[in-house]
Write a protein that binds this ligand. Structure first.
Ligand SMILES: O=C(O)CCC(=O)C(=O)O
Length: 286
């Protein structure tokens, strides 16, 4: 459970780390589930590969829909207690992914705010980064700009189109957040964050279930945002009868071409994709 002090830290800094949310046995189970998902018979099923070697998976899409272990973890009472303490009593599961951050190849994630990919009527949305390996500076732990969630949504456009990154971030305030395996980093949807390439020999596998308050509704239904909606479900409290609206103006993530992931739109590789690539990839989101 989260203490009042931790909840205050989150409100002020836009992130908070809670150690030991999951024990060693549960983490071992999650890694076993990843190994099952990565069985060669499943290759091509909504994984995204590292472009540099073409052989290492960098992302597994919607693990909660693919393996019961991840479905269970995303709804784990200890985890959802923490989420409830941060975004309120009515908690919806939003979507999930696994970032593999493989040894030596694990891709850079550039500075961004998650809200830019899926703007909602209010900003009570968060992602829980559940570390399955110790996250260190060497293997590309998350970097955040504390307090950036209180300064609103920044433009993620380049040359008039959404490119999923803020190009002029002042990194002097950035902190590297190292977390032990089994711990969780709860990240506000407006907190600027990034991670470096994994230069170590060790993986940094991370399961990322995302949640939102029941009265936060998506206001953009472009292809990369809309596809999550069928999987959204109530985990705690009551479904909303009103939408809570926080801001008058929302910048929309309108890209020059459809993109399959944050990696693609930040790298610009979506601009080289053919329409048949887009259709066959079968996934799309942040
Ligand atoms: O896994 C990471 O290092 C960054 C995660 C992230 O920002 C994302 O997947 O949107």
């Amino acid at each position: 459970m989260i203490s009042a002090q931790q909840a205050q830290f989150y409100a002020h800094h836009g992130f908070v780390v809670v150690d030991d949310v999951f024990d060693t046995e549960t983490i071992r189970e999650a890694i076993g589930a990843i190994d099952e998902l990565l069985d060669p018979s499943n290759l091509g099923k909504a994984f995204e590969m590292e472009p540099n070697d073409g052989a290492t998976v960098r992302r597994i899409w919607s693990p909660t829909q693919k393996h019961h272990v991840f479905e269970r973890l995303a709804a784990d009472p200890a985890l959802v207690d923490c989420v409830q303490a941060l975004i309120g009593d009515d908690v919806m599961f939003h979507y999930s992914k696994i970032n593999m951050k493989g040894p030596k190849v694990g891709s850079v994630v550039k500075w961004h705010q998650d809200f830019s990919y899926y703007p909602h009527t209010n900003s009570d949305l968060l992602t829980a980064l559940i570390f399955l390996d110790d996250a260190t500076r060497e293997n590309g732990c998350l970097r955040v700009i504390p307090g950036s969630h209180r300064r609103g949504l920044r433009s993620h456009d380049i040359d008039g189109y959404f490119r999923g990154t803020v190009s002029d971030v002042d990194e002097s305030d950035a902190v590297a957040v190292e977390v032990k395996a089994g711990g969780a980093l709860f990240l506000h949807c407006l907190t600027l964050h990034a991670s470096e390439k994994n230069t170590s020999d060790l993986p940094r596998r991370t399961f990322l279930p995302a949640y939102r308050a029941a009265d936060a509704f998506p206001i953009y239904f472009g292809p990369h945002a809309a596809h999550n909606e069928p999987g959204v479900r109530l985990l705690r409290g009551q479904a909303a009868r009103f939408a809570r609206v926080e801001s008058g103006v929302h910048r929309l993530p309108i890209a020059e071409r459809d993109f399959g992931s944050i990696y693609e739109v930040q790298e610009g590789s979506h601009l080289n994709k053919s329409m048949s690539d887009m259709k066959s990839s079968g996934y799309a989101v942040a």
